[in-house]
Design a protein around this ligand. Structure first.
Ligand code: NAP
Ligand code: GCO
Length: 264
C-alpha cells in the first residue's frame, strides 16, 4: 500500500498562522503528524490558536522571527524536547514587496531576500543535524511561479524565490545521502492575504484588472485556494515521495504549461 501516513512524525510549518501555511499544517495534522508552527505577533498567534482548535487540531505555536537564527534555534530545540525532533520542515513564511525596481530601496530588497531566502537556509540548518541523527527527514520549500517567471515590481521576490529553487536543489544534493529529501512546492496564484491587493474590487464593483488577467492566464480559469496545496504537501512529507528529491512541484492550475488564450 502507498504510504501517505505521517503517524508519529513531527512537522514544523513556518508562518502558519493563516493562509497557505495554515492549510498545509492542517493537512499534515490530518495525515497524522504532530504540528508546530510560528508567526511574529501575539495577535496572529491568538487568532491562529483559536482557528486550529476550531479545526480540532492540537498545535504548538511559537512567536519567532525566522530571520533570527537564535530564535529559530531555540524554537527547534523546544520542539525537540516537547514533541520530538523535527521530521518535516515546511519553509512557508514569506513576504512580497511590489515596488518598481528603480524605486526600491536596497534595504527593502534585502528584507525580502532575508525572509524568503535566508530564513529557509536558517531553518533548514537548524533541523538538519537532528534529521541526520534520526536517519532521515523532509524539507519542503514554498517557492513560487516567480521561481521561473518575472514580472513588473517583484524583482526582490523573484530573486529570492529563484534562489530558493536552487537552495532546494542544493540541500537535496548535499543531504540526499542522509535520507533527507528536499523538494519545493511552487504555488500558482492563490487567494490569501498576500494576494488580496491583486483581487480588490474596483470602485465600480468590477474585478481588479490583475484578477481578470490571472483567471485568463490559468487553464483552470480560477485562482487557487490554500486547500489546493494540501495534497501536494502531504505527498512530499510522506514515504510516498522517498525517491523524489530536488524537485519543484508547481501547483498552478496549469499556468506554466500555457502559452495564453488565442486571440478570437
Ligand atoms: P500570507 O498570507 O502573507 O502569510 C505569510 C505568513 O508568513 C504569515 O503567517 C506571516 O505571519 C508569516 N511570516 C512572514 N514573515 C515572517 C517572519 N519573518 N517570521 C515568521 N513568520 C513570518 O502569505 P501566503 O500567501 O499564505 O504565502 C505563504 C508562502 O507561499 C509565502 O512564502 C509566499 O511567498 C508563498 N506563495 C504564495 C502565493 C500566493 O499566491 N499567495 C503563491 C506562491 C507562493 P505574521 O504575519 O504573523 O508574521
Ligand atoms: C505577484 C504575486 C505572486 C504570487 C505567487 C505566484 O505579485 O505576482 O503575489 O508573486 O503571490 O508567488 O506564484
Amino acid at each position: 500500500m502507498v504510504n501517505f501516513s505521517l503517524d508519529g512524525k513531527v512537522a514544523l510549518v513556518t508562518g502558519a498562522a493563516y493562509g497557505i501555511g495554515f492549510a498545509m499544517a492542517k493537512a499534515l495534522a490530518e495525515a497524522g503528524a504532530k504540528i508546530a508552527f510560528n508567526c511574529r505577533s501575539q495577535e496572529h498567534m491568538d487568532k491562529a490558536l483559536a482557528d486550529y482548535k476550531a479545526a480540532g487540531i492540537e498545535v504548538k505555536g511559537y512567536i519567532c522571527d525566522v530571520t533570527k537564527e537564535e530564535q529559530v534555534k531555540e524554537m527547534v530545540a523546544d520542539i525537540a524536547s516537547t514533541l520530538g525532533p523535527v521530521d518535516i520542515l515546511v519553509n512557508n513564511a514569506g513576504i512580497i514587496k511590489r515596488i518598481p525596481m528603480h524605486e526600491m530601496e536596497a534595504e527593502e530588497f534585502r528584507q525580502v531576500i532575508d525572509i524568503d531566502l535566508v530564513a529557509p537556509y536558517i531553518c533548514s540548518k537548524a533541523v538538519i543535524p537532528g534529521m541526520i541523527e534520526k536517519g532521515g527527514g523532509k524539507i519542503i520549500n514554498i517557492c513560487s511561479m516567480m521561481s521561473e517567471l518575472g514580472r513588473e515590481t517583484v524583482s526582490a521576490y523573484a530573486s529570492a524565490k529563484g534562489g530558493l529553487k536552487m537552495l532546494t536543489r542544493n540541500i537535496a544534493s548535499e543531504y540526499g545521502q542522509y535520507n533527507i529529501q528536499c523538494n519545493g512546492i511552487g504555488p500558482g496564484y492563490i487567494a490569501t492575504p498576500q494576494t488580496a491587493p491583486l483581487r480588490e474590487r474596483q470602485p465600480d464593483g468590477s474585478r481588479h484588472p490583475f484578477d481578470s488577467f490571472i483567471v485568463a492566464k490559468t487553464p483552470a480559469e480560477r485562482w487557487g485556494t490554500p486547500e489546493d496545496l494540501m495534497g501536494p504537501v502531504v505527498f512530499l512529507a510522506s514515504g510516498a515521495s522517498d525517491f523524489v528529491n530536488g524537485h519543484i512541484l508547481y501547483v498552478d492550475g496549469g499556468i506554466l504549461a500555457y502559452i495564453g488564450k488565442q486571440p478570437k
